[in-house]
Design a protein around this ligand. Structure first.
Ligand SMILES: Cc1cc2nc3c(=O)[nH]c(=O)nc-3n(C[C@H](O)[C@H](O)[C@H](O)COP(=O)(O)O)c2cc1C
Length: 188
């Protein structure tokens, strides 16, 4: 089974990203087509990029970079669970992306974004130019959650509506399809 890595991008204490990520993880496991792994950037705790060489050379000097490289290398598809900060995507996600190069190539990425009225869509538009530079395939199918606070229940979990559930399933179907389609390019 292809490995889907769900990357929780927000590192803030009290972040909404964690319950959103947990909800999407549940949906991904129920889908059944992936070996699902959650990567929480807050837990990963990467520093600002501290490598002397361009990542395409893969001459990593830091243990945390080697571990991050191995993790991303093992993934076949990604879902970025991401907030919108100041009309853009958040800095820890950009930093985590910039650490690596080949590890991202020819892999599909889907976006589960959230925010206020924009549902994080401005952040998604912004990140598309970054991921396509790395030859990732950015799916058009997406989960876009507007006014995300309204979906948080008394236990602090996401109480999703039908629109969100259908969007998540469409995104997972797209990721599975593209992961298979791009597999040949990854093995070259
Ligand atoms: C620094 C900062 C900037 C924000 N900028 C935006 C924004 O541009 N658009 C938006 O819809 N929400 C914005 N918000 C509100 C966030 O969508 C909301 O706080 C959300 O919970 C952040 O995700 P997180 O809790 O997972 O970190 C911003 C929040 C923060 C902390």
């Amino acid at each position: 089974m292809p490995r889907l890595q769900i990357i929780i991008a927000s590192t803030r204490p009290g972040r909404v990203g964690l319950p959103v990520g947990r909800w999407f993880e549940g949906r991904a496991r129920a889908h059944g087509g992936f070996d699902v792994e959650v990567v929480d950037l807050a837990e990963l705790g990467l520093p600002f990029v501290d490598e002397p060489n361009h990542p395409r050379l893969r001459q990593y000097t830091q243990e945390h970079t080697k571990q991050w490289s191995a993790k991303v290398d093992a993934a076949d598809a990604f879902a970025f669970v991401m907030p919108e900060y100041n009309y853009g995507f958040n800095a820890p996600l950009k930093n985590a992306i910039d650490f690596l190069h080949q590890e991202w190539q020819y892999k599909p990425v889907g976006f589960v974004s959230y925010g206020g009225i924009s549902a994080g869509t401005r952040a998604v538009q912004m990140i598309k130019q970054v991921v396509t530079t790395l030859n990732m395939f950015a799916l058009n199918e997406a989960v876009s959650i507007p006014f995300v606070a309204q979906f948080i229940d008394d236990e602090g979990e996401i109480d999703a509506n039908e629109t969100m559930e259908k969007a998540a399933d469409a995104l997972l179907a797209g990721l599975l399809r593209m992961s298979g389609a791009l597999a040949g390019l990854r093995s070259e």
